[in-house]
Design a protein around this ligand. Sequence first.
Ligand SMILES: O=C(O)COP(=O)(O)O
Ligand SMILES: [Mg+2]
Length: 222
Amino acid sequence: MFSTPIRAIAFDLDGTLVDSLTDIAAAANAARAELGLAPLADSRVRGFIGDGSAMLMARTAQDDPHAQVDDSPLQIAARAHFNQHYARVVAEHTRPYPGAAEGLQALAALGLPLACVTNKPIAFTTPLLAALDLAQYFQLVLGGDSLAAKKPDPLPLAHVAQALAVTPAQLLMVGDSKNDVLAARAHGSPVLAVSYGYTASASALGADAVIDRIDQMVALLG
Ligand SMILES: O=C(O)COP(=O)(O)O
Ligand SMILES: [Mg+2]
């Protein structure tokens, strides 16, 4: 499937390795409650995830998928409330998707170095990976605020490729959103999409292939 052998893999987190919607929506709605706003359905919040927590809270506070991040009192307060609530519930209901932990273990056993490249702030990413026993599989973890730019910018993938001493074509990205595909394409890396994530139609993302479980990757790469 890949023209160049894969030598390392970068995994997206939310919607790819872990089902985090319940906890993200609970914290987003707790922030709305603090602001006197009615809760949003989890399915509504799902469409707001993928561009980091500042964008999540811009969209959540205004209930608008096209909202932009600004420093209005509403958004400053929404971000602060979300950060406080999400820190408490980050691993309450969030669990790896079926086959995700098994797949990471098997891919690591093949000798492939693995990285986690998420737009989730690193202050939430590190405790979540530790709580779900997934941290052990990654040589490198980058949050959305770890570098000067986040996905869809290719910078995090460039950082991973350099750290793991692989070329762009040898680094496979696996994700659930357009940001993952755009980052991979901008970096010149192959990309797989998962069918079950937070994007309505994975097949429309333009990835090289769509997979149903992370542990299917072993057959593709082994
Ligand atoms: O927190 C987000 O906005 C999305 O995170 P992800 O990049 O792991 O999907
Ligand atoms: Mg994602």
